[in-house]
Design a protein around this ligand. Structure first.
Ligand SMILES: [Cu+2]
Length: 249
């Protein structure tokens, strides 16, 4: 019977590895990266995945080996308890600590690119999370956000392709999280704070914007759409939006 459990437990690492091996081919993997910085994020993701994957498979293999070898039916001797090994405990404390420290240092450049080295430019757009929608505001002819000629839209964010965008993120009520998987950006929207995000999209198309912070009963429907388009299309869209807005004022 003990052998049966060993083999059953062995299925966990085998199926686990199989899932990861098959997922990319079946389109269950990360969405296409269309951002300029995304490869850094994906690289860190893969690095951590391989690291934890190897440790996972190794510990599962050891677990199964022990289950197989020390099967109670074939080991009739009384169990002996040990008081552990001080040396082993030191080793398995130091190794993970050193690994975490290495990752902390290794990811610093990617973090700085995405979160610290803010470009010196006026904001392209302001996005405000609100239960349960994304309110979007572009500067009008005066080039400033927060004035009377601002151009407003809801859940429909447009940006020009291959241009750096500076987006100011706000929240009107509770915590939300502005998440665009294709751009590899995700940022909490915190009430009372204006949080800048910057990125460059490199491929035209429409992509999902989702809220990644449980923000109330309607959280599931708090989704927007990002349209990445040529500079001309973007300008035409913005002009049309401004005209429509003027017509209803
Ligand atoms: Cu939300």
């Amino acid at each position: 019977m003990g052998k049966f459990w060993t083999l059953l437990f062995l299925l966990v690492p085998i199926l686990g590895v199989l899932c990861f091996a098959l997922a990319p081919g079946m389109n269950y993997w990360l969405p296409e990266d269309i951002s300029e910085h995304g490869h850094q994020i994906d690289h860190l993701f893969m690095f951590c995945l391989v690291l934890t994957g190897v440790v996972f498979v190794a510990t599962e293999a050891v677990l199964c080996w022990f289950m197989w070898k020390y099967d109670a039916q074939h080991n009739k001797e009384a169990v002996k308890y040990s008081h552990g090994s001080h040396n082993l405990e030191v080793i398995w404390t130091i190794v993970p600590a050193a690994t975490l420290l290495f990752i902390a240092i290794y990811q610093m450049n990617a973090w700085a690119d995405v979160k610290i080295r803010e470009p010196d430019m006026p904001a392209t757009v302001e996005v405000t999370g609100r239960q349960f929608e994304w309110r979007i505001r572009y500067p009008g002819p005066d080039g400033q956000i927060g004035t009377l000629d601002d151009i407003h839209t809801v859940n429909d964010l447009h940006i020009p392709v291959n241009e750096q965008i500076l987006l100011n993120l706000k929240s009107m009520d509770v915590l939300h999280d502005f998440f665009v998987p294709h751009l590899r950006i995700k940022q909490d929207a915190v009430p009372g704070n204006t949080i800048p995000m910057w990125f460059t999209a490199r491929k035209n198309g429409t992509y999902d914007i989702v809220c990644a912070e449980l923000c109330g009963w309607g959280h599931y429907k708090m989704k927007g759409r990002l349209t990445v388009e040529s500079a001309e299309d973007y300008k035409a869209w913005l002009d049309k939006l401004a005209q429509d807005q003027k017509a209803t004022q």
